[in-house]
Design a protein around this ligand. Structure first.
Ligand code: MN
Length: 333
């Protein structure tokens, strides 16, 4: 067992009650992680609460049929008590407390031991009592698979296998993003043997496009802007688009992949206008650092995929600044 596993294991062994959480705007890896790890801890006889800042996206709700996941803002008082009084808080699929948004202050103030299990870069180990950080992993669910198996692989029930499979499938973009390696397929093969159904799980998550979602996508595609001989593409979704189709940020999953599917594109940037800020998503190919572009705007991420939130800007003003930065980082390589 590695040292990082041992520390996390020690905390698990000596703790009776846990609060699990993940990042704002949770994706399949985030929800898969809290559900899989939660069910594992429950099977070990632990008391587990899962509390997130954001509601679970509609297409991931099936992973939580018992409605175990609480939304912090639904009952901040009670949720704060749970966080303050538990033995350990586990932060999954992010290594930054501020990505838990409304929960950040109370998590920091809680005397509970803090565990972080994550695959993003930039972790500050001193912020946690135990860290399992494997940045070469395609998904936090991939780390969790190893971690649970290092205890006993009989903990991987069909339910846990399905949650882990969802995390790996979604974070690899259905097995096509760079960190899709043979290990990912070996783990997924094990998960199928444990009962995960790849046809059912893909169908639940990906084949859920409503008419309005398709129309928003059409509007998004018709507004794409190309620069630098078609190597850069910028895509935009405004609040007015969301309103027009009655949709939200939950419904634009996959738009960045569309940008990167265009022949010749090296960098794709999404501008999503939220109520109080603009969410930027950077995607790049090869040795162009999307994360540095994201860091430039106060965010972070993986080498080929980064994001940032910019406050107090409007999209039209922000675009030329982003384009300048993208060209600068493209020319540096
Ligand atoms: Mn992830």
């Amino acid at each position: 067992m590695t040292d990082s596993y041992r520390k996390a294991r020690e905390i698990i062994d000596k703790s009776g009650s846990f609060v699990l959480t993940t990042h704002v705007a949770p994706d399949g890896d985030a929800i898969g992680s809290v559900m899989a790890f939660g069910k594992y801890l429950m099977a070990k006889g632990k008391k587990v609460e899962i509390i997130n800042h954001s509601p679970t996206p509609f297409n991931l709700k099936f992973l939580d049929p018992e409605n175990l996941i609480r939304v912090f803002q639904d009952d901040p008082g009670h949720c704060s008590q749970l966080i303050m009084n538990c033995d350990a808080v586990a932060v999954l699929d992010t290594n930054e407390y501020h990505r838990t948004r409304s929960m950040e202050t109370v998590i920091r103030e809680s005397p509970a031991l803090k565990i972080c299990i994550d695959h993003h870069t930039g972790i500050k180990e001193e912020m946690f009592d135990a860290v399992v950080s494997e940045t070469e992993c395609a998904a936090t669910c991939e780390i969790l698979y190893d971690f649970i198996c290092s205890d006993n692989d009989s903990y991987i029930t069909k339910e846990i296998a399905s949650a882990l499979y969802v995390g790996i499938m979604t974070d690899t973009g259905s097995f096509r993003h760079p960190r899709t390696d043979s290990r990912v397929f070996r783990i997924c093969a094990e998960l199928l043997d444990k009962g995960a159904d790849p046809v059912f799980l893909y169908d639940e998550i990906c084949n859920r496009v409503s008419k309005e979602m398709m129309q928003l996508q059409a509007a998004f595609l018709s507004g794409l802007e190309f620069h630098q001989n078609g190597t850069i593409v910028l895509g935009t979704v405004l609040q007015s688009d969301f309103r027009k189709y009655g949709l939200s940020i939950d419904h634009i999953e996959g738009f960045t992949s569309l940008l990167m599917s265009i022949e010749g594109i090296k960098v794709g940037v999404m501008f999503v206008e939220l109520r109080d800020n603009i969410k930027l998503s950077f995607r790049s190919k090869g040795n162009i650092p999307a994360n540095e572009m994201a860091i430039h705007f106060g965010g972070g991420g993986h080498f080929n995929a980064g994001g940032a939130n910019v406050n107090g800007a409007n999209v039209d003003e922000l675009k030329p600044k982003v384009l300048d930065a993208v060209i600068k980082y493209m020319n540096k390589v």
